[in-house]
Design a protein. Structure first.
Length: 155
């Protein structure tokens, strides 16, 4: 009988912990938030970034396009902030390999910017992990429609 009670207690704790994790995912900024990602049909690092967002609770839809520069121009991504893919989420533009935590912060704080970006493709940023290579330091920059930029986060 004692063994049954112990097993039931362990099961209840496990169920409670799983429910708590699910609740945290639902209440975190970005949970279930739709993200539209525009990327090249052949870009593997873009697909890895999409997986990164999904693992943090975002609902991601991808559109493969060979006209990615047109998307960037349409959404006024500054030349110096551009990367390989462009995403739209919550009224913002997210350019390149931005960590999900920074996207969540953007959606929580709602600053007066057009979007955030990780220019280029730094090794170690989400989707750009390379086994055996040390991650590079990089900044996430915020940008306005006028092209003004400032550092939003550093990694």
């Amino acid at each position: 009988m004692r063994r049954v009670v112990v097993i039931l207690a362990v099961m209840l704790v496990s169920v409670g912990a799983g429910a708590q994790r699910a609740q945290q995912r639902q209440t975190s900024p970005g949970a279930g938030q739709p993200v539209e990602v525009f990327k090249s049909p052949t870009c593997g690092c873009c697909s890895k970034w999409v997986d990164h967002l999904r693992s943090h609770g975002f609902t991601v839809r991808t559109t493969d396009t060979d006209a990615i520069d047109d998307i960037k121009a349409k959404h006024q991504v500054p030349q110096g902030a551009r990367s390989c893919h462009t995403a739209l989420v919550g009224g913002y533009v997210v350019e390149g390999h931005v960590p999900a935590a920074d996207v969540q912060r953007l959606l929580k704080e709602r600053p007066a910017v057009a979007g955030i970006a990780v220019p280029g493709m730094p090794i170690g940023s989400p989707g750009m992990e390379v086994p055996g290579m040390k991650a590079q330091s990089y900044d996430v920059i915020a940008f306005t429609k006028q092209g003004t930029t400032k550092v939003f986060a550093s990694h």
